[in-house]
Write a protein that binds this ligand. Structure first.
Ligand code: ZN
Length: 112
């Protein structure tokens, strides 16, 4: 299940987003919708805080977006002494990629 507002992913039996207090929607339906558009991933985001900041701005600018956590990556770190990390991919439609990239780089402070 996915929250249509903040794009958080939840397990199937959960019906409401704990942050937004709204009903979740079936992620399989989202995937269907997503496949209609040409989605492109932004560079990997380390940490949910940054991902939230970026999706906030994307939402403000009415750029469609959805975020996916890289669960494999989180699991990988469990046994190590590394700080737990979350790698998050944010997807935007290809036509919005340039604008979304400039938002991402301004937040992350990436310079070419
Ligand atoms: Zn939510």
């Amino acid at each position: 299940m996915i929250c249509p507002k903040c794009n958080a992913e939840y397990l199937d039996y959960i019906k409401d987003c704990s942050d937004c207090k709204i009903s979740l929607i079936d992620s399989s339906k989202i995937d269907l919708q997503i496949s209609d558009l040409k989605w492109t991933a932004l560079p990997d985001i380390q940490g949910k805080i940054y991902a939230d900041m970026i999706t906030d701005i994307l939402n403000q600018k009415s750029i469609p977006n959805y975020a996916r956590m890289d669960w494999a990556f989180s699991a990988y770190l469990v046994d190590g002494a590394n700080l737990p990390g979350q790698k998050i991919k944010i997807f935007v439609p290809k036509k919005n990629l340039k604008q979304a990239l400039s938002i991402t780089t301004s937040i992350l402070g990436i310079h070419k």
